[in-house]
Ligand binder design. Structure first.
Ligand code: MN
Length: 128
């Protein structure tokens, strides 16, 4: 499974990549939405972890651009939000995201949301 992380905070990016590396996922990194969209179109990841507060456009706009393009519309997109509020999950799912995770999160929460959102679980090495 190939995961694209779109996240401008270097510490969050490092945390996420360490987890994905440990779990054996292939991953790609982008620090802003424009670069993330470019990589998504080129690499067609299975799943995108999308920060909502990004320097160039917000994660909801970036998600819509990907969902509105037939080449990238089937990519599952998980919203990553800081300062989570009650009702956020429902709000982001209604906007069109496939999954939702509030920051800060635990190791297992990140893995669970990826597995719950993406049907392709072959890269999960929990099976043995
Ligand atoms: Mn951010």
């Amino acid at each position: 499974m190939k995961v694209l992380i779109i996240e401008d905070n270097p510490l969050n990016m490092k945390l996420i990549t360490e987890i994905l590396k440990t779990e054996g996922f292939e991953y790609l990194e982008a620090k802003d939405a424009s670069k993330g969209i470019e990589i998504a179109r080129k690499e067609l990841p299975d799943i995108i972890l999308m920060d909502i507060q990004l320097p160039d456009m917000n994660g909801i706009q970036a998600m819509r651009k990907l969902k509105n393009n037939s080449n990238t519309s089937s990519i599952k997109i998980i919203a990553l939000t800081a300062f989570a509020m009650k009702g956020d999950r429902e709000r982001f799912l209604r906007e069109g995201f496939d999954g939702y995770l509030a920051k800060p999160f635990k190791y297992s929460q990140l893995i669970d949301v990826i597995n719950d959102t993406c049907q392709c679980r072959e890269a999960s090495n929990k099976g043995g």
